[in-house]
Design a protein around this ligand. Structure first.
Ligand code: ZN
Ligand code: ZN
Length: 640
């Protein structure tokens, strides 16, 4: 029997083992059948070609539902592959998933795709989409699928078939194109109208640089033309803001081939930004009752056996030989902080204990996945661990959320998306910690977000095995979402390390432990900030806050004097006394996004003033040196 529960609470039963989704939707009457893109059954998105079995909540997905976009895009990716195969019959197909911004498909082809190739592919795609073509789903046994894809020399598909569990695989046909795929897909191609091929880039098979280099075509699709137009505009804007380009142009930071991928070099100006952020955070730590600690970058492998990382995180860790003993380059700071906690026995009166560290960690990443400062091999977490008693949980979580929002707001973000990852109580056995502890922790997290009256998403079953967490995403200046802060419970490490405290009655109890990082990684955060501000950092973060520009060389000594007075007042100031025209040097300072340009000529020298030009407001006229200095210092102090 199949039993479904509809959003209105109504229940329906079907006296059979499996029902086609299309039939269920049909039975709802009204315009549901016509509007349906796909459906959600329990936790899964299913399409109208599939059957459902068992019981669960059932809801029809229409064009405006978020999950529908993925169905559209993934269907469009099959059409993209169809177009490529029509034009390049020898192309071998890898994966073609929907992603945040659209979809891609990886192809093994002899030569990388040229811009002309992409144009032809886009034209072929449009031609194929000119006809309404149904998607057809079939379930084949693996032997049949292997035979089919072997005949077409699709070796990557054969590898995928071997990796899939069970004896059967699902196949989707559209037109003359057949692909191995779990779905879900649209019913037919009629809704795929607004598609755009974006670009192509090299990508390793399974992201592994020891494997074949494939060509990945990025594309996107939307249900509505306006959404596609907005997206294309946003992508153009994103390209202008690319932090890798701006990092070089503004002389902030870079990754150096000589040293290897994913390892960031902080140049003097970038270091000013980073140091300013870190100093602000450290001041906040002190104000908010944290203690700063420091831990070594390498530690014996035994420590990582105790923490469990050696078992389930080994593929991400770098191992070193030190005097014939295996050491691990730390991928996380937690075991180090636990060792510091364990140096003595804490009493309940001393809790909570909050340890913070700008902790640099190293994690293995495939070279193909590295991306500027956003995806690196070495990075610094603004990491902290809180050790507390159960009755302190609510307040600690509340303070943390407060801290997170304050930090993100200070850096110029004002839109937050909060996600709460909780357990699936039906699968309690897969989680570390008791149901009561989970209950308490989840309630603390929920309470903290609800108290703020902010909207949040509760993701059931999304928690990792060791504890529930809150994730905070911010929305940047061009509408992109970035995951930054995490507040994560841990019921696993306290047990593994047996960390305790002396409770009121004198007995030893296991301490509660919370990991939290507000920026996430400093590298990634500065990369995101660079794009958010398009390099025009607010005054408090600008590496150079003011540049003094003498109109002619004979006032250069006065410019130097003004600069020194600014520096003494606490302003990060420079002069530009090159023998270039003043217009050229102003443009240069604008390109460098310096917030204040202070222009000095004979008149300013005689009256002891400067002529102020602001990055965002243009010329403001003349102003006293001390006056402008205190304006800049005030702005920086107010984190503007
Ligand atoms: Zn598919
Ligand atoms: Zn941790």
């Amino acid at each position: 029997m199949v039993r479904i529960k509809l959003p209105g609470g109504e229940e329906k039963t079907f006296p059979v083992d499996r029902v086609p989704v299309a039939e269920v939707v049909e039975g709802l009457g009204g315009s549901w059948r016509r509007d349906a893109v796909a459906a959600r059954f329990g936790e899964d998105v299913v399409d109208l070609h599939q059957d459902i079995e068992g019981e669960g909540e059932f809801c029809v997905l229409r064009v405006d539902d978020a999950e529908s976009l993925r169905v559209l895009r993934h269907s469009a990716s099959h059409m993209l592959a169809y177009a490529v195969i029509e034009l390049f019959p020898d192309a071998r197909l890898a994966f073609g998933p929907a992603i945040e911004e659209g979809f891609y498909y990886d192809f093994d082809v002899e030569k990388p795709f040229t811009p002309e190739d992409l144009q032809r592919i886009e034209a072929k795609l449009a031609e194929l989409l000119g006809t309404r073509r149904p998607f057809r789903r079939e379930v084949w046994d693996k032997a049949r699928a292997r035979e089919f894809f072997a005949k077409k020399s699709q070796k990557y598909k054969l590898e995928q078939i071997d990796d899939l569990p069970g004896n059967e695989v699902s196949i989707y046909h559209v037109g003359d194109f057949t692909d191995l795929c779990a779905g879900p897909h649209l019913e037919d191609t009629s809704r795929i109208k607004h598609v755009k091929v974006m670009n192509a880039a090299g990508a390793y098979w399974r992201g592994d640089s020891s494997k074949a280099m494939l060509q990945r075509i990025y594309a996107t699709a939307f249900f509505k033309k306006k959404d596609l137009d907005d997206h294309v505009e946003r992508m153009a804007e994103a390209e202008k803001r690319d932090h890798r380009k701006l990092g070089k142009a503004l002389d902030l930071y870079d990754v150096r081939d000589e040293a290897g991928g994913g390892l960031v070099f902080w140049y003097p100006k970038g270091t000013v930004i980073r140091e300013t952020i870190e100093r602000y955070l450290k001041d906040e730590y002190i104000k908010r009752g944290y203690e700063l600690v420091g831990t070594p970058h390498i530690a014996k492998c035994e420590l990582w056996h105790t923490s469990g990382h050696y078992g389930y995180y080994r593929d991400n860790m770098y191992s070193l030989d030190v005097d014939g003993h295996e050491f691990i380059l730390k991928p996380m700071n937690c075991p180090g902080h636990i060792l510091i906690y364990k140096r003595k026995l804490y009493s309940y009166r001393e809790l909570p204990v909050r340890f913070a560290e700008m902790g640099t960690v190293y994690r293995k990443e495939f070279s193909g996945t590295l991306h500027g400062l956003l995806r690196v091999r070495g990075f610094t977490q603004d990491d902290a661990h809180i050790f507390c008693a159960p009755e302190q949980l609510d307040e600690e979580i509340d303070r943390n959320l407060d801290f997170a929002i304050a930090v993100l707001t200070t850096h110029g973000f004002d839109t937050f998306k909060i996600e709460l990852s909780v357990r699936d109580p039906a699968k309690q056995e897969k989680y570390a910690g008791s149901p009561e502890d989970w209950e308490m922790a989840e309630r603390a997290l929920e309470l903290a977000v609800e108290r703020r009256g902010v909207e949040y998403k509760r993701a059931k079953g999304e928690a990792v095995f060791y504890g529930p967490k809150i994730d905070i995403k911010v929305v940047d200046a061009i509408g992109r979402r970035w995951q930054l802060s995490t507040v994560q419970f841990d019921f696993n490490l306290p047990k593994r390390f047996n960390i305790t405290y002396v409770a009121k009655g004198g007995e030893r109890k296991q301490v509660f432990m919370v990991h939290r990082a507000l920026l996430g990684s400093v590298e990634r955060f500065v990369g995101i900030l660079t794009e958010h501000y398009a390099g025009a950092f607010p005054v408090w973060l600008s590496p150079v806050q003011a540049v003094v520009l003498p109109v002619t060389t004979d006032v250069a000594p006065y410019a130097q004097d003004v600069k020194e007075r600014l520096v003494r007042a606490g302003v990060r100031a420079e002069t530009d006394v090159r023998e270039e025209k003043i217009g050229y040097r102003i443009r240069e300072a604008e390109v460098q996004k310096v917030p204040y340009m202070l222009i000095v000529g004979k008149r300013e020298m005689e009256s002891g003033s400067v002529s102020v030009r602001e990055r965002s407001r243009g010329d403001r006229g003349s102003c006293g040196v001390e006056e402008v200095a205190s304006e800049i210092v005030d702005a920086a102090r107010a984190k503007r």
